[in-house]
Design a binder for this molecule. Structure first.
Ligand code: 6R9
Length: 649
């Protein structure tokens, strides 16, 4: 099969930050002499104290240590706000589009952003938050989420955003793991016309946290909430009273900027730590090149700030570049399936960045929702979060982009801080479904999963690793450096292991084939199968559970749970819905199993390990090829699961 190739138009190449010749030359320079390359690129942000050491990295197991610009000092918020005041104080920094299209959008200028962030920072200080303290942010997609992030950065506090769709339990676990001093939340989160009671979720979570944790509440909808004197603080009211002055605090390049929890192959989410200097340089640089961002462009990333994509490409990257960034409170299908396109038309969006799951869902609604909107402002389309199937890619290209907008399929991770594999709009010919080529300074390698040897032939298939560091790389797992080393550097010594499988074609293009560990990707959200399993077995009537992913038309992967009930418990449809509800409340709606199959037994090795490989095959209806089943303790279990697969629902 030959792939269709879409080269950049001559016009785009001529006006872009990089054409092919520049990409080739700059890429070669970036890997030939990373120190010199990043010494120069580091200057794209302002330093209070310039760095003299650029890179100090060891991938050597077990003494992994990653430092960039380590003797430099800066302030991230000053880079995202203050340095723009003189030249673009009145330019819009953030356009906020509310859930309900009848409500008014906000245009927040850099000057206003400065005022709000300084006040928010002073509110944090008034609650005793000092540099190095952790602040959990549990907010909807409202401007206060960006103010809170930047306020933390301004005073050197470390934020940890918990996605507003997560349950009280998930919130409590994160507050406790990072030892947060305050939790910032809102009364309610409107989304798609419905309201989530965020404050009451926070109340429920805080029952399981130290009673010293303060709760800062943004009154957003004005909905009723309980109020605990001495613990709860009305943020907006206090912002009116505090001073609008808050000098940015100089922090070291390697001081943490944020912690973001993400799912791994074992039960407990990991607190991914990103630091200040390298992260900001990398977020800003990738935002500029990948989206070919130019002065005056309106940039829209549809992610939630609860995910890394929102951190790097709604807040830090765009604001460091002085862009206008759009923040959307709602969902793609409310009030109807044209909402994304209406917002693009209304705000004249130039770069639009979303996830394949949203593209597939909208594609299913028909072209008329797109065609009735004027999308002529859009120049670049982007995708992130999971592999995009060529059908969705082509629809995005033809129907949304009218064949004129390059698609940047960006492969990266919470751990990587910014794009690692991506086309550049003016430089890279694209192929539907491929994340194409490495960004500057990034050295991907494909290893044989069994031997760990690097496959040097151009055409290769195996696991995707990185040979050396880039400034946006995570530095550690919060509170557990050993886990960091074990997770990413122990399987393939000397490399960063991404957890993804990958193929490299004859042109050297990379094609991500999906996770090779027990992580599944549901609508672009990472779920550890172990997390869902431990939620299920926490139910009194469940004896055992095994969770795998299976192909799902819209979500990419769906969650398939095999559940063994306690002796004597009847499998009923009521119990099935109860378990679905149970997982929703234990973790959050995104973790609800799509299918539950009752399993009297699970296939295990003689040492008691569940053979998920077999369960995945059954979930995929691929039982002709179960592979080696000779190590099974009780082979009959498998026949039973195949026979009874129709009782899944
Ligand atoms: C940014 C983000 C990371 C995992 C990653 C991979 C998958 C992300 C992708 C992609 C194919 C792309 N992934 N982008 N797979 N093509 N363009 O999504 O971070 O939530 O940590 O997920 O998502 O499997 O390992 P995160």
């Amino acid at each position: 099969m030959t792939d269709t190739i879409y080269p950049p138009s001559a016009e785009l190449a001529a006006n872009a930050h990089a054409d092919k010749a520049k990409y080739d030359a700059m890429y070669a320079a970036s890997v030939a002499d990373p120190e010199a390359f990043w010494a120069e690129e580091g200057k794209r942000i302002d330093w209070i104290k310039p760095y003299s050491i650029v890179k100090n990295v060891s991938y050597a197991y077990p003494d992994v240590s990653i430092k960039w610009f380590e003797d430099g000092e800066l302030n991230v918020a000053a880079n995202c706000i203050d340095r723009h005041l003189e030249t673009r104080g009145d330019q819009t920094a953030i356009i906020w589009e509310p859930d309900n299209p009848e409500d008014e959008a906000l245009h927040i200028s850099y000057r206003e952003l400065h005022d709000k962030v300084c006040r928010f920072a002073n509110v944090l200080k008034s609650q005793g938050v000092v540099a190095g303290d952790r602040v959990v942010i549990y907010l909807p997609m409202i401007p206060e989420a960006a103010y809170a992030m930047l306020a933390c950065a301004r005073i050197g506090a470390v934020h940890s955003i918990v996605f507003a769709g997560f349950s009280p339990d998930a919130l409590a676990n994160r507050v406790n793991d990072c030892g947060a001093k305050v939790v910032i939340t809102a009364d309610e989160a409107p989304r798609g016309g419905r309201k989530t009671p965020l404050k009451s979720n926070a109340d429920a979570a805080l029952l399981h946290c130290s009673d010293k944790v303060r709760c800062l509440v943004v009154k957003h909808t004005g909905g009723q909430t309980t109020w605990i004197e001495d613990r709860d603080v009305d943020v907006k009211a206090l912002m009116e009273h505090v001073s609008p002055d808050c000098p940015p605090r100089a922090v070291k390049a390697e001081d943490p900027l944020f912690i973001l929890y993400t799912s791994g192959s074992t039960g407990k989410p990991k607190g991914v730590v990103h630091t200040s200097g390298g992260y900001l340089v990398y977020a800003a640089m990738t935002h500029q090149y990948t989206f070919d961002y130019h002065e005056g462009d309106i940039f829209w990333c549809t992610a939630d700030v609860g995910w890394v994509t929102g951190h790097s490409y709604i807040v830090y990257g765009p604001l460091a570049n002085g862009a206008t960034t759009l923040m959307f409170e709602g969902v793609p299908t409310y009030p109807d399936a044209s909402r994304f396109w209406q917002v693009c038309e209304k705000h004249k969006v130039n770069q639009f960045y979303t996830a394949p799951t949203a593209i597939r869902a909208l594609m299913g609604q028909g072209n008329e929702f797109v065609e009735k909107c004027d999308l002529s402002s859009i120049r670049i389309l982007g995708t992130v979060g999971e592999p995009i199937n060529p059908e969705a890619w082509n629809w995005y290209n033809d129907v949304v982009g009218k064949g004129n907008c390059p698609i940047v399929d960006t492969w990266w991770q919470t751990e990587t801080g910014g794009h690692l594999l991506t086309p550049l709009p003016g430089a890279t010919a694209t192929k539907p479904g491929s994340a194409t080529l490495p960004f500057f300074g990034v050295e991907p390698v494909i290893l044989d999963p069994q031997t760990g040897a690097e496959i040097t032939e151009t055409e290769a298939e195996g696991v995707l690793c990185l040979k050396d560091s880039w400034p946006g790389q995570m530095r550690t797992v919060y509170g557990d450096h050993e886990r960091f080393v074990k997770t990413y550097f122990s399987d393939y010594k000397g490399y960063y292991f991404s957890g993804d499988g990958c193929r490299r074609d004859a042109d050297g293009y990379y094609w991500i084939t999906g996770r090779v560990d027990d992580v599944i990707n549901v609508s672009g959200h990472r779920m550890g199968t172990a997390e869902v399993e431990s939620a299920l077995v926490a139910h009194a009537q469940v004896a055992e559970a095994a969770v795998v992913g299976y192909p799902h038309d819209i979500k990419g992967q769906g969650i398939y749970a095999y559940v063994t009930l306690m002796n004597g418990v009847e499998p009923t449809d009521e119990l099935r819905s109860e378990l679905e509800k149970w997982v929703r409340t234990e973790i959050g709606p995104i973790a609800k199993p799509d299918l539950i199959q009752w399993a009297p037994g699970l296939p295990k090795t003689r040492s008691g390990k569940i053979m998920r490989r077999i369960l995945r095959k059954i979930a995929e209806n691929d039982y002709g090829a179960l592979g080696d089943t000779s190590t099974l303790a009780e082979p009959a279990v498998v026949d039973d699961l195949i026979e009874n697969r129709m009782n899944r629902g």
